[in-house]
Design a protein around this ligand. Sequence first.
Ligand SMILES: O=C(O)CCC(=O)C(=O)O
Length: 307
Amino acid sequence: MEMRRLLVLFALLSVTAVVPVFFWPDKKGSASDVIVVAAPPFNSSNVTVVSWKPRIFLYKGFLSDDECDHLVKLGKEKMKRSMVADNESGKSVMSEVRTSSGMFLDKKQDPVVSGIEKRIAAWTLLPEENAENIQILRYEHGQKYDPHFDYFHDKVNQLQGGHRYATVLTYLSTVEKGGETIFPNAEGWESQVKDDSFSDCAKKGLAVKAVKGDSVLFFNLQADGTPDPLSLHGSCPVIEGEKWSAPKWIHVRSYDNALKQSEECSDLSENCAAWAASGECDNNAVYMIGTEDSPGQCQKSCNACSL
Ligand SMILES: O=C(O)CCC(=O)C(=O)O
């Protein structure tokens, strides 16, 4: 490892609150490809409550600058116009409601992404397998996402792990003006004190400024599992600067299993064949086969792949 990189590593190690992650990006990588990325450890004392109705929490410094820059670099070359889910068909469609561009990373794409995914699970106390891949979003001047819900209105999207229960939205850049995340239905938003550093859009709801490395966690469902209309939220237009953010949507059930089942008919337990042989497909059909809204564990062994 060259001297400059060693110095970076020692500098990081001397900062107690920072854990360095470094890796070779591929098998052919040489010492000069080693990426040193500072990653702050999970520390719940950095979390404050923004609102109880809906439930919104802010984690200051959830990602380090290095991690933010790394995610932006991974996404930058692959940006495409963002889409929204059609309320009837569930299909992805282009809409003036959402004018940003974006892309999805792979899960566990590299050790930095993996580390962030694990930290999100530790914060939310929700399993990694319930989460979608991290999305990277870019909002240029004037781009925005009008207020919307992250839970689904269509049935098709709910087949994949149910509703989006929680959203973890991390800011990968600091926006000079505009670009705030706004919650227009949050209870008591009128009492939030806002100076002129907030955009006019942000003055129409409870607003969180986009600050590099900060992360907002909010819940789209209420504790009884029903959609929370107070979770309406959007991204105000960017007025000065550029906004990069990274939403992670976490579903009620396993998103990974649902994806696996939709790609190939499969069993989700190694015991399925034995259970099917002992009559469980009939005796315990909801668990084994599932319903139209919620696939079961053993569709393959129960010959119920066309459900
Ligand atoms: O980037 C933001 O502030 C909001 C993003 C958002 O609402 C979403 O992607 O669902």
